[in-house]
Design a protein around this ligand. Structure first.
Ligand code: APR
Length: 293
């Protein structure tokens, strides 16, 4: 069945884990560390919050991008009916979000190291900034500090970009992909919509609201959630489907669910541990706890 991306309406269920903002205790992180050490399969789902410390703005929460842009203008329907107008608005959004050189932060690095060390099997991300891949690459080239798990020596990291990658565009006719920045420059120079050599219209290589996620990608993410013994949701408001359902799917099959986010989420009620922590503090600490337990 096709799965389109959409925002859900929600109410937050109050539990002992989300009764007001609080800092996670060491016990919370110890619990997650123990669960990760013992897990056969562990999966992380990340959202915009993990890239916020790198300088990429979030969509919601304090001064989020959707406070400044109308998210209704960035739908697949708008792209199809008014590609020129869509691209004009997309240029402004792209410049607001990615106007600079962004580097992975200690949160991306901690997850990449956990993956490399064999404590994490996959990172499913809603982010389109490519920073998880950059963090993994820095570990593989020795810039990071991860110690490789011999079981993983021949494997690349498993990073599922659920919503695509904003650093690329894709031709809607021939399917050719190319780097986004030169295309945005052409849009800035007045080419709206920008077109491929074949004549087809380029589209940002991301999943727009109302657009279907690639079937194989969401299927894989769901299988990973169902298989997982530990499922971590990190830096996401968990209000956009289908990603928002992954923690519930994992919980339904018995996984220990951990959430790390500054604000409450609609999934806090089903989480075993909900840490209202800054990622830059919590993730390196979690990794330390795993190493020292
Ligand atoms: N540490 C922990 N949490 C943080 C931090 C931080 N340093 N900074 C921000 N956060 C939290 C915010 O409190 C917020 O709840 O990250 C969350 C980010 O939520 P969103 O902006 O809604 O991002 P995300 O869940 O990834 O959005 C999903 O919505 O419009 C879209 O397609 C877009 O992929 C995106 C989807």
């Amino acid at each position: 069945m096709p799965v389109t991306i959409a925002v859900i309406l929600f109410t937050i269920t109050t539990t002992s884990f989300c009764s007001g903002v609080r800092r996670s205790s060491m016990t919370d992180l110890d619990r997650l560390a123990t669960a990760l050490r013992n897990a056969e399969t562990a999966v992380a789902l990340t959202g915009a919050g993990i890239s916020a410390p790198s300088g990429v703005p979030t969509f919601r929460g304090d001064d989020g991008v959707w406070d400044h842009f109308d998210e209704g203008q960035f739908t697949y329907g708008r792209f199809q009916s008014d590609p020129a107008g869509f691209w004009a608005d997309r240029l402004a959004l792209h410049r607001a979000m990615f106007d600079g050189e962004y580097e992975p932060n200690v949160g991306h690095e901690a997850l990449a190291a956990l993956e490399r060390e064999g404590y994490l099997d996959a990172i499913c991300t809603q982010n389109t900034d490519g920073l998880h891949t950059a963090a993994a690459a820095s570990i593989d080239t020795g810039a990071g500090e991860g110690t490789a798990d011999p079981r993983r020596a021949d494997e690349g990291p498993t990073i599922l970009e659920l919503h695509g990658n904003a650093r690329r565009v894709r031709c809607t006719d021939c399917g050719a992909r190319t780097t986004a920045e030169p295309i945005f420059d052409r849009v800035s120079d007045g080419e709206r919509p920008p077109t491929c050599d074949c004549g087809g219209i380029y589209k940002p290589d991301v999943v727009l609201f109302g657009e279907e996620l690639p079937g194989a990608v969401i299927q894989r993410a769901r299988s990973l959630a169902l298989e997982s013994d530990v499922f971590l949701a990190i830096g996401s408001s968990l209000v956009v489907e289908p990603a928002a359902s992954l923690p519930r799917l994992a919980a339904s099959s018995g996984a220990t669910v951990g959430i790390v986010n500054l604000e409450a989420t609609p999934c806090d009620g089903i989480a075993d541990v909900a840490c209202r922590d800054d990622i830059v503090e919590a993730l390196p600490r979690l990794r330390d706890r795993i190493e020292t337990q």
